[in-house]
Design a protein around this ligand. Sequence first.
Ligand code: X2X
Length: 341
Amino acid sequence: MKRRDLILGGAAVATASALPHAARAQSAYKAEYKMSTVVPPMFAWGKGGAIFGDLVRERTGGRINIKQYPGASLVQGQQDREFAAMRQGVIDVLCGAPINWAGTVRELGVFTLPFILPDHKAWDAATTDPGIMSEYFDLVRKAGAEPLAVGETGFRQISNRMRPIRGPADMKGLKIRVVGSPMYGEIMTSMGANPTFMSWADAQPALASGAVDAQENPLEVFLAAKIHTLGQKFVTKWNYSNDILLFAIANPVWNSWTPEDQKIVRGAAQDAARQQIAIVRKLFADDVAAVRALGVEVHVPSAAEMQAWRNATRGAYTKWKDATHPGLVAKIEQVAARAGS
Ligand code: X2X
């Protein structure tokens, strides 16, 4: 760099820092930052978004105002469009499950391969492993957002209106609603079920009318959405997939904030994620009893039954390991094995 540029550059910095800090920050800031969540704050993961927004508002003295739009309303309920809409500037803040973005950024689905992280010990080991998380966060950055923290959406369990599901054979012919993740579709197909891809908004009427027989969601969602009132009488707690809840900010928005504010926002997301995980785990601990109390039959598989599920979904696992990020999946497998699962 030439001496003249250095002097000019220096002068520019001096002028900028002569402005009052708040004025400088405020001028580039938007009055409202739009956060998309699929579910509302009555649900544990919508609550994570609400806590995050509140903490940011409090800690920035209102400088950064994050407003939550539940029901994926910024994308007219089409939750599989969230990530693309974030890239287009329609969504500023994500607080969601990467399974919803599988059609846009497939590699973010590494945590949701079937039975890859079978319990909380394995899940915690993987999602707090510095090597895994820095690689994962780099993928998020390249995809267009600054990742801040990771909460937990919860282990997904299958429910249906027809019969108890004790093994892969019971899946045969079942019409099951899944989110727009092709991997989930193939998991179901590999067991002889007929998956239908549908948004959460469409899923509920489809269950109520019997257009689909089955669905899969964390039991906390089953309870909060009162899915038993939609004719779902049988649940199997097979813990087949537990997505992260990713807190992230669209890159251009992130870059418009001062380093001080970036630090505050990151800290707020980490605190919100911690609180959100505690809420999800508390609900998980009591969910079988809570669902049974509604008159729904809950099957908790034996170790042998769990092995049968793993065998039946192995082909889908291998295919999606290759289709997402084989190197990162291998690291997750190693960390999960060390965690003793
Ligand atoms: O639509 C679903 O099933 C939900 C609420 O779990 C997700 O957003 C993935």
